[in-house]
Design a protein around this ligand. Structure first.
Ligand code: CDP
Ligand code: CDP
Length: 229
């Protein structure tokens, strides 16, 4: 069967990576979490006490960053490695979440990440989620999905996830972070978050994970058929 590129974009915590992982596993495709790359770059910048508003500093720092996704035998998922260190846990922490949208708005950072993402997708058979995947990274992808969910539901979902690891986190803190990131992501100058004209909208506020998978699998089959001739 023909292998395609599936892009999933949308606001924070609406279930993009959950759906992307489900699809990759069902289709035996590669899943790439583009947000993890921006998070790892942000972690590096924080560790180096950098000023990411200074393009010269950013260019130098990017020259020292090597990002890799490496399969984790225990979880069955890919972990993000930054210069040979597994940073999968660290990049999910609030410290990084608070700064990532600022860093991801920097032109040089985006060029660096997008070039690597495009290389990863060269062979097709991938599912990539993020903010600009259908608009900038793979404008010719065969299937583009734009996910949304009710903001209160998104906050609740992300809170539950973070609370399992950190009992000090508050719902208010999570809500503020999601709102701020969504605002910066949708209003930045370079590749703002927006729906690609040919993307299908998926609102999963009232869908279980199983229901969303079954619905989207139908879209995948249609896209494969449409591009097989
Ligand atoms: O999972 P969550 O929705 O919280 O965010 P993420 O996908 O891990 O992405 C973290 C941040 O990286 C986003 O808030 C964006 O600022 C940035 N990002 C981006 O600008 N472009 C992408 N393709 C992916 C993420
Ligand atoms: O990648 P993104 O930030 O868009 O969201 P996610 O990390 O895939 O999903 C955020 C949370 O919502 C996870 O804890 C998922 O288990 C949960 N979720 C859900 O409860 N119902 C869905 N239909 C999809 C995701």
């Amino acid at each position: 069967m023909k292998k395609i590129i599936i892009t999933i974009d949308g606001y924070s915590s609406c279930g993009k990576s959950t759906l992307a992982k489900q699809l990759a596993s069902r289709l035996n495709y590669l899943y790439i979490d583009s947000g993890a790359m921006y998070r790892a770059i942000t972690l590096y910048f924080i560790q180096q006490h950098m000023d990411w508003n200074d393009p010269a500093q950013v260019r130098d720092a990017l020259g020292n960053i090597r990002l890799e996704f490496i399969h984790n035998q225990i979880s069955g998922q890919s972990d993000m490695y930054l210069n040979d260190e597994n940073v999968e846990q660290m990049i999910r922490e609030m410290l990084v979440a608070e700064k990532v949208s600022e860093v991801a708005a920097v032109r040089e950072v985006r060029e660096f990440a997008v070039a690597q993402q495009q290389k990863m997708g060269a062979g097709r058979g991938i599912v990539m989620d993020g903010r600009d995947i259908g608009t900038v990274v793979f404008p010719h992808a065969e299937l583009k999905i734009f996910m949304t969910a009710d903001p209160a539901i998104r906050v609740e979902r992300r809170f539950k996830e973070l609370y399992q690891k950190n009992k000090n986190i508050t719902l208010h803190e999570v809500k503020e972070n999601l709102e701020l990131r969504d605002y910066i992501d949708a209003n930045r100058e370079v590749s703002p978050l927006r729906k690609a004209d040919d993307a299908i909208v998926l609102d999963n506020s009232q869908l279980t994970m199983q229901e969303q998978l079954e619905l989207v699998m139908q879209w995948v089959e249609d896209a494969i058929m449409a591009h097989s001739s």
